[in-house]
Design a protein. Structure first.
Length: 502
């Protein structure tokens, strides 16, 4: 066992388990049974097992019970758990490293064991460093009013974060407009005028006009820049936090105008496999065949290389370096490889299936409810089944269980962070007040998105269970509050700060 593992705190193991910083698709017990984690359990700081009420399938049996963690399998006996009936409820013994040993409960039952080290998404040292940074940041990132905001009424909090959602949306609209102008200027090889500056947008949320970049209405009506803007933003969203920059670089290396005008000789456009080949070539993540051992991966890589070689024209690519991408600490479902695969299918829809028009049509529907529109949009974003990517997260070994190429939670995130501001910008540019209102109506009905560390902090330090968050716009308002007020100590401009006279 490594010296780091020998001296590590078992809190690190609990952190790895709770954050699922492991390749969950390959987990097996020391006696060779496959492990599927339906629920990792709830961390317990009391005496007894570390995690309670876990749901874990071992072999073909679903177990519901507790999980205990140690540095090595021998610690179970060293800590005298085999003589303690409080540990009879343990269904899985998780250790970091070392030799396999049988683990027995007080009742005499053999408890399955996992040795975690072979399944880590990153090295123990890197995970420990990350945890130390997060704990340091957490200690230093308490919002200014955390200790005195208990008297604040939940109605005030809800009203304020609703206002801040509109503020956040306005910021995104302005950023998208600037990017749209950049795209038009680049495509027209023209020089745009500098954008004017505006007063603090917190004073005039809805009154801020879009910047006048001297872009003619005729140029704004062209479809190509809008397709590129949508493509840019979807790539950004698919990159998540760890690979956002690299995904956007790929969209810049492989622009829409090349795919539509330079790479093809007819109106049929590139096929899905050709687009996947182009994106993977640009990413630098397409491995050489001799380096791959998985047979299915070899077949798929060969098909991508063939598709690339069959392109009617070649883009002069300068691919990204493989080390531009982060695979850890990242869940397999967020690996850049499967995200690029999903992006290629969405890109095919943008290029060949009037994706942009479909978005406008769905959101602008007068006779559909917002909930119906959300489901229609989710269907529009459905990338379908893929014979390779439904069983792989990367160009490595296959996983045992089929998974979605693009999950519902990531689709909802793209609806909130890409589709809503995109449609709102379109409505503002062309003066379509009805479409703008319909877009807002849809936005406030979007369900909760996945939590991140900032949202957890704000719920713990401000919400304090006084208010039940039920929609994505409330989360977005909290993110805006943290970014524009709490983290920069702008309490005097905050409605909560004013109430507390900060």
């Amino acid at each position: 066992m490594s010296s780091v593992a020998n001296h590590m705190n078992e809190d690190l193991l609990r952190h790895i388990w709770s954050r699922q910083l492991i390749d969950t698709e390959r987990l097996v017990t020391t006696d060779g049974r496959a492990v599927r984690i339906s629920a990792p359990g709830n961390l317990s700081r009391k005496s007894g097992p570390d995690f309670r009420e876990a749901r874990i399938e071992i072999g073909e049996v679903m177990f519901i019970g507790d999980v205990e963690f140690h540095r090595t399998a021998g610690d179970w006996v060293q800590h005298d758990h085999h003589n303690d009936p409080n540990y009879n409820s343990v269904i899985l013994h998780v250790v970091l490293s070392g030799e396999a040993q049988q683990t027995h409960s007080h009742s005499g039952r053999i408890i399955p064991t996992i040795i975690l080290e072979p399944f880590l998404l990153s090295s123990v040292v890197r995970i420990a460093d990350q945890l130390a940074r997060e704990e340091y940041t957490s200690r230093r990132s308490e919002i200014p009013c955390a200790s005195i905001n208990d008297p604040i009424a939940p109605s005030l909090i809800n009203q304020w974060i609703t206002t801040l959602y509109r503020e956040r949306l306005q910021e995104k609209i302005l950023l998208l407009h600037n990017r749209l102008c950049e795209i038009i200027i680049a495509q027209q090889r023209a020089v745009g005028e500098p954008y004017p500056s505006y007063p603090d947008m917190r004073d005039m949320i809805d009154e801020i006009p879009l910047p006048d970049a001297k872009i003619s209405k005729e140029l704004l009506q062209q479809k190509l820049p809008w397709d590129q803007l949508l493509y840019d933003q979807l790539m950004d969203a698919l990159g998540y936090s760890n690979n956002r920059g690299a995904m956007k670089q790929v969209s810049e290396l492989v622009p829409i105008h090349w795919l539509k005008n330079g790479a093809v000789n007819d109106s049929s456009g590139l096929s899905p496999v050709q687009l996947e080949a182009v994106l993977f070539r640009a990413s630098g993540l397409l491995p050489a065949l001799p380096l791959v051992t998985d047979q299915d991966s070899k077949v798929h890589i060969h098909s991508l290389l063939s598709a690339w070689n069959e392109l009617p024209a070649k883009i002069p690519l300068s691919p990204l370096r493989p080390d531009a991408w982060n695979f850890s600490p990242t869940r397999p479902s967020n690996f850049p490889t499967i995200r690029i695969a999903a992006a290629s299918i969405l890109l095919y829809k943008i290029c060949s299936h009037s994706f942009f028009k479909s978005l406008i049509t769905i959101v602008g529907g007068r006779f559909s409810s917002s909930q119906s529109k959300i489901e229609q949009l989710i269907t529009l974003f459905d990338v379908g089944d893929h014979p390779f990517w439904n069983y792989h997260y990367s160009f490595a070994e296959a996983v045992h269980q089929k998974h979605a190429v693009l999950g519902r939670s990531r689709t909802l995130d793209m609806l909130a962070n890409v589709v809503v501001p995109f449609i709102a910008l379109y409505a503002k540019i062309f003066g379509n007040a009805e479409l703008f209102d319909l877009c807002l109506n849809l936005a406030i009905e979007l369900p909760l998105l996945e939590e991140n560390s900032i949202l957890k902090r704000m719920e713990k330090q401000l919400i304090k269970k006084k208010l039940t968050l039920s929609h994505a716009y409330q989360q977005q308002g909290l993110l805006q509050l943290h970014k524009r007020y709490c983290s920069v100590e702008q309490c005097s401009r905050c409605s909560i700060g004013k109430e507390l006279k900060l």
